[in-house]
Design a protein. Structure first.
Lengths: 360, 360
DNA sequence: TACCCTCTAGAAAGCGCTTGCTACAGCTCT
DNA sequence: AGAGCTGTAGCAAGCGCTTTCTAGAGGGTA
């Protein structure tokens, strides 16, 4: 049988209530008594029963972090940063006050799974939930998400969005009220500056390898791209110069071959993110073209490996770590939410070797 | 107030016991009754109280996956695969039987945090724990881990090691018995084959950028490397040709500069993993040397980006996804443990463009 | 018709903790 | 010296489920 609070109490010759209070540190206990209790805890190797504790206290110390793809450093960096803030600094004992169990849940980009995880976290009476990454723009899913988040908020769970725009405003109950804070990346602005950079270099025929359709991230980056083109008066059938696909290397590879097949005169390829850009580079090279002499290639996110690509990838840096950490602090109540609950996180254009003026 | 089982029972005009049985599906309930209950659940938007359920049933549906660095795809791939097996296929409702909440916990490589997470999971009465990645070879930590795992096992938590060698055998109670299965990568063999490949190409002066000391992964890969050298009769002060550092790009960069400073005649650099290799490549290039003409560079793991390095990285492929998935199945009891609870997972040498015969 | 199954459903006893309230010892204050 | 604090500790009532045991209904068998 596992050791219970009562066993510790018996050993320390106090009541269970006192043991509980020593462990929670939320009630005055005489130093000598505390000492005795802690010794008993150690001697018996007692570990609190989490479910019982959560049930009685009607709260839990679980904090969920939802990510679209755990194998993608884009999410890993944000999640890791958030987790650091939530779980406390390295070396903390796990017995301290305010310690939370930060866990990351991998939705695989599936809206269904996203909802499932939220339900499971609701079941566990999670203290907070951090949802990272772009959202699916399907009306049914948005409605379901809004309802689910509202219920979570009702139950006292703090909801923070990180790298995701706030919920669209809808019926009163589905308004953004259930979300403590939304930290949105400036994908539109980043996309625009990136394409402006290419335009400044002299490019006029630019292919775009977009992310999956119906995702906010995809749409915003693409909008920024097209806004830049429009502002520069670049005409052309943009739909023909755009191919959608998942955020994977092979998608970048396939899409780039397709784009260069459609229009061999392209002088630049903009990819949905760095991973996709890597695939694009591979495709360009395979066609016997040089980067950046024949074709410039650009990515987005500035993941760690991007600077090591050859040539180094021109991309848009997103402060993933800082954003994740901030989301973590918000979830822990260690930081005040931005005014209106919404903050836009800026992005930086990183100009590197993979982009250059087009030939002649 | 949130909706409780009793509310649902009242609405469906049955007893709470019946509702519980419908939800758990572990007791015969007449079809019409079940129908009525499920309708009530839907109408009230009822979500089970996890802590209460776990308390009463003395089990929980939490499964923890421990990783050393969540921002590293090495762990992300394994964790994602395991999670897929544990959480069920995409589209499952979360209400189905056998559904578990797979969560990943980021230890950041800190032994302290590793233990903390295990305690927290023990608190939650986790159904299973998957521990990924190499272990720290500190006697005190090994003892603490063994004791902790034994307690987890006692409490009915299944423990699976993935990409980590079995616990060293010690006192009876700390024997491997508490671990359901250990899936260990053949780091030694992979390291040996990699170096054999370089030796076959003709290299005799090989620098080694090792991982952090006191880690099983580091030691095994290095042992493989040295075994190959010894077998080929290559002499030399190997300690001088080895530099330790974390599994990061900058470590690879710094260590490589140091190695080439110590011995400018090196014709090859073997890195602890692909990320480190990327840093090594950057350093080599910065010194005005070409890869592979002047210096060959090799990595380990075959992470997705490695094939896109220029030149593509010669490395050792580890079946991360398959191993993670298998660990997940073992944790779920969907697969029988290997004989003796220990399985060694093979590795494949991937010969690519970053290695070539030395000059002259 | 009487008896014994088989099915379903309910009553109720916890699961191990938290916390509001009560108790009382030792002081301070008047 | 009596009243009123302050500081500690215990009592006991739940928290919302699960599950054992009990009970009644319907039906087959002798």
């Amino acid at each position: 049988m596992t050791v219970t609070l009562a066993d510790v109490a018996a050993r320390a010759r106090v009541s269970p209530a006192t043991v509980s209070r020593v462990l929670n540190g939320n009630y005055p206990v005489a130093a000598t008594t505390r000492e005795r209790v802690l010794r008993a805890v150690d001697e018996l190797d007692y570990v609190l029963n989490g479910p019982a504790s959560s049930l009685a206290a009607a709260t839990s110390d679980l904090v969920g972090i939802l990510v679209n793809d755990i194998a993608d450093p884009f999410f890993g960096i944000m999640a890791g940063a958030a987790q650091t803030e939530i779980s406390g600094p390295e070396g903390s004992s796990g017995r301290a006050r305010g310690e939370k169990l930060a866990v990351v849940c991998n939705t695989g980009g599936s809206p269904q799974r996203e909802l499932t995880y939220l339900t499971l976290l609701q079941r566990q009476r999670a203290a907070a939930v951090v949802i990272t990454g772009g959202a699916l723009e399907d009306p049914a899913h948005i409605t379901a998400m809004s309802a689910k988040l509202a219920r979570l908020a009702d139950a006292g769970t703090k909801v923070v969005l990180c790298g995701r725009p706030p919920l669209p405003e809808g019926a009163p109950e589905t308004r953004n009220g259930s979300v403590l804070a939304a930290l949105a990346f400036d994908n539109r602005g980043g996309g625009r500056r990136l394409t402006e950079h290419l335009l400044t270099l002299g490019h006029r025929s630019i292919g775009y390898v977009a992310g999956p359709t119906e995702r906010t991230t995809t749409r915003h980056r693409l909008e920024g791209h097209r806004a830049a083109l429009a502002a520069a008066g670049v005409a052309g059938d943009q739909d023909r110069l755009t191919v959608h696909g998942p955020y994977t290397r092979s998608s970048g590879y396939d899409a780039t071959r397709e784009l260069l097949r459609r229009d061999p005169g392209l002088t630049a390829i903009v990819a949905a993110n760095d991973t996709v850009a890597l695939g694009a580079c591979a495709a360009v090279r395979e066609l016997g073209l040089r980067i950046p002499e024949d074709v410039s290639v650009a990515g987005f996110d500035d993941l760690p490996f991007s600077v090591d690509a050859v040539p180094a990838l021109t991309t848009v840096r997103l402060p993933l770590f800082a954003a994740g950490a901030r989301a973590g602090r918000l979830a822990m109540g260690k930081e005040d939410p931005p005014p209106g609950g919404i903050a836009t996180i800026g992005s930086d254009l990183m100009t590197r070797g993979s982009t250059a003026p087009p030939r002649g």
